[in-house]
Design a protein around this ligand. Sequence first.
Ligand SMILES: [Zn+2]
Length: 220
Amino acid sequence: MKKIVDLSFHIEVGMPFFPSGKHTPFEVSKTCTIETAGREIRKFTIGSHCGTHIDAFCHFIPGGLSIDELPLNRVAGEALLVNLAPLQPQTVIEIDDIAGKMTDEKIEKLIIRTGWSKFWKTEQYFKDWPLLSNKCAKFIIEKGVKLLGLDFPSPDPAYKGKENEKDSPIHKLLFKNDVILVEYLNNLAELGEGKIFFSAIPLKLKDFDGSPVRAAGWRI
Ligand SMILES: [Zn+2]
């Protein structure tokens, strides 16, 4: 049996979350304990883009598919893992960085490793992360990719504003072209490079824009 590699970060109190002011910290409390009630039950509050998570199209596109509407074949299956690690802060990933690693056969799921996950729980994680160029995003779309997994926070630069064309343009380009995003992947180094089975099945949250996932993968 091949080792199934856990590609997720822990969901825990104090975990980092996207510092835009729009996301919520993870919080947890016990509604009862074994000592007081013979059983332990907890409740938690979590943002839909907290930790390793998947974005649905309705995160940015009005009327776009929500988390519960994503067919499971779209979020689990054969994938190509491309290794670009270690990338320096603010590196823009271009077509040339990945084109040579993409085979001619159809690749529906593409996972890009940059090594950025090592900065989780440091100030660097949400600062100057690697980016995806517009041309590279278009190349990925033209290749037929329908799921893009990243080990960094976002394919877009941080932008605090409301102008539509400047706010998360790569997210919008990918979503308009039917490409699902999985962000904050961890432990990709354990899978090396090449063909893997990848799974990022979200909770069945009705009408949700995103969901934490227990992402996992194994070599095939
Ligand atoms: Zn997200």
